[in-house]
Design a protein around this ligand. Structure first.
Ligand SMILES: [Zn+2]
Length: 99
Protein backbone atom coordinates (compact mmCIF):
# COMPACT_ATOMS: atom_id res chain seq x y z
CA UNK A 1 0.00 0.00 0.00
CA UNK A 2 1.09 3.54 -0.69
CA UNK A 3 1.22 5.96 2.17
CA UNK A 4 0.25 8.87 -0.02
CA UNK A 5 -1.78 9.27 -3.13
CA UNK A 6 0.23 7.66 -5.91
CA UNK A 7 1.42 10.07 -8.58
CA UNK A 8 1.83 7.41 -11.21
CA UNK A 9 -0.16 6.26 -14.16
CA UNK A 10 -2.06 3.31 -12.78
CA UNK A 11 -1.59 1.38 -15.99
CA UNK A 12 2.06 1.84 -17.09
CA UNK A 13 3.48 3.35 -13.87
CA UNK A 14 4.80 6.49 -15.55
CA UNK A 15 5.27 9.34 -13.15
CA UNK A 16 2.49 11.89 -13.58
CA UNK A 17 3.65 14.39 -10.99
CA UNK A 18 4.07 17.38 -13.28
CA UNK A 19 2.17 16.24 -16.31
CA UNK A 20 -1.35 16.22 -17.57
CA UNK A 21 -3.42 13.26 -16.41
CA UNK A 22 -6.39 11.52 -17.93
CA UNK A 23 -9.07 10.07 -15.72
CA UNK A 24 -11.61 7.31 -16.10
CA UNK A 25 -14.50 7.40 -13.64
CA UNK A 26 -16.16 4.11 -12.75
CA UNK A 27 -19.07 3.04 -10.66
CA UNK A 28 -19.74 -0.25 -8.98
CA UNK A 29 -22.75 -2.38 -9.72
CA UNK A 30 -23.68 -2.12 -6.11
CA UNK A 31 -22.11 0.87 -4.51
CA UNK A 32 -22.25 -0.60 -1.06
CA UNK A 33 -19.49 -2.26 0.88
CA UNK A 34 -17.23 -3.65 -1.75
CA UNK A 35 -14.63 -5.44 0.36
CA UNK A 36 -11.70 -3.95 -1.56
CA UNK A 37 -12.87 -0.39 -1.12
CA UNK A 38 -11.57 1.17 2.01
CA UNK A 39 -12.49 4.71 2.74
CA UNK A 40 -8.93 5.93 2.85
CA UNK A 41 -9.43 7.93 -0.35
CA UNK A 42 -7.68 5.51 -2.64
CA UNK A 43 -7.17 1.82 -3.10
CA UNK A 44 -4.28 -0.04 -4.59
CA UNK A 45 -5.31 -3.63 -4.73
CA UNK A 46 -7.64 -3.79 -7.70
CA UNK A 47 -6.89 -6.09 -10.58
CA UNK A 48 -7.86 -5.26 -14.12
CA UNK A 49 -6.70 -7.27 -17.10
CA UNK A 50 -4.23 -9.14 -14.90
CA UNK A 51 -2.56 -5.92 -13.76
CA UNK A 52 -2.61 -4.44 -10.33
CA UNK A 53 -4.03 -0.94 -10.50
CA UNK A 54 -4.93 1.76 -8.06
CA UNK A 55 -7.88 4.11 -7.95
CA UNK A 56 -9.09 7.11 -6.07
CA UNK A 57 -12.22 6.51 -4.04
CA UNK A 58 -14.54 9.43 -4.62
CA UNK A 59 -15.49 11.40 -1.54
CA UNK A 60 -19.11 11.44 -0.47
CA UNK A 61 -19.48 15.12 -1.27
CA UNK A 62 -17.35 15.20 -4.38
CA UNK A 63 -18.65 16.10 -7.81
CA UNK A 64 -17.64 12.68 -9.08
CA UNK A 65 -19.67 10.93 -6.41
CA UNK A 66 -22.68 13.11 -7.11
CA UNK A 67 -22.36 12.15 -10.75
CA UNK A 68 -22.68 8.54 -9.64
CA UNK A 69 -19.05 7.42 -9.72
CA UNK A 70 -17.33 5.44 -7.02
CA UNK A 71 -13.79 5.32 -8.29
CA UNK A 72 -11.51 7.37 -10.51
CA UNK A 73 -8.54 5.86 -12.30
CA UNK A 74 -5.69 8.12 -13.40
CA UNK A 75 -3.51 7.72 -16.49
CA UNK A 76 -0.56 9.45 -18.09
CA UNK A 77 -2.02 9.25 -21.58
CA UNK A 78 -5.13 8.56 -23.57
CA UNK A 79 -3.52 5.36 -24.79
CA UNK A 80 -3.21 4.03 -21.26
CA UNK A 81 -6.78 4.99 -20.46
CA UNK A 82 -7.94 3.30 -23.63
CA UNK A 83 -6.08 0.06 -22.94
CA UNK A 84 -7.42 0.09 -19.43
CA UNK A 85 -10.99 0.51 -20.63
CA UNK A 86 -10.60 -2.38 -23.03
CA UNK A 87 -9.38 -4.64 -20.24
CA UNK A 88 -12.03 -3.41 -17.89
CA UNK A 89 -14.75 -4.23 -20.35
CA UNK A 90 -13.52 -7.82 -20.35
CA UNK A 91 -13.60 -7.85 -16.58
CA UNK A 92 -17.16 -6.78 -16.08
CA UNK A 93 -17.84 -9.04 -13.16
CA UNK A 94 -16.37 -6.30 -11.07
CA UNK A 95 -17.57 -3.08 -12.65
CA UNK A 96 -20.41 -1.69 -14.66
CA UNK A 97 -21.36 1.49 -16.48
CA UNK A 98 -17.96 2.59 -17.54
CA UNK A 99 -17.93 6.13 -18.82
ZN1 LIG B 1 0.46 5.37 -18.58
Amino acid sequence: MYKEMPTKCCWCRNDTTDSEVFTVPVKFKKDTDHPQVKLNRYITDLKVGGKKVWAIVTGLNSEAKQAGNDLIFMFCSKDCAYEFKESLEEDMKFYSDLF
